[in-house]
Design a binder for this molecule. Sequence first.
Ligand code: SF4
Length: 201
Amino acid sequence: MQTILYEVKNGLYLNLTNRCPCNCSFCLRQNHDDPGNEESLWLDREPTFAEVKAALKERDLNQYPEIVFCGFGEPLEAFDVLKATAAYLKTFYQGNIRLNTNGLGDLIVGRPVAGELKGLIDAVSISLNAADAKTYQAISDSCFGEKSFDAVLSFAADCAKVIPEVTLTTVATTISKEDEKRCAALCAELGVTYRIRSYIE
Ligand code: SF4
């Protein structure tokens, strides 16, 4: 069974892809099939926009204060379906549209992508993961190597120009308190919010 949509707390989450260029040490996918509900988020194949739209039409979307591109993979790996879906939602959905991303969209797609999200995404949560490239790579194991960290910062800076709410996150206990202070300073420089999120077993 394909789980394209799933609920977490009050939000409706979209699962567009299982592809991801990283293999983060804290990734839920290491030990789970799902983010806490009963549906497996491993897809047999990626849904088309038509399939996503059909799944969305089965729900009363305005009961959800937030719709989130997240899932068991990096949503920007399915960039075209994501943009088409967000544009469709923007024609009638009143709530907040959020993207949870590893911030490597520019490297995945091969061009700067934040500008293409203008008017489609209201909030973006980007995994900063670390305060420097070496530590980032040790934690995230990106297939793009150490240049990934600068790509995340560049994507975040671009997002800050076009997306109303930009948050960079690290996971509690994965980096030192000293590095958390450095991350906070990086975020202050970028003019974005810094959040330390809990580690989920
Ligand atoms: S970027 Fe997200 S989906 Fe990819 S490995 Fe890291 S935590 Fe998992």
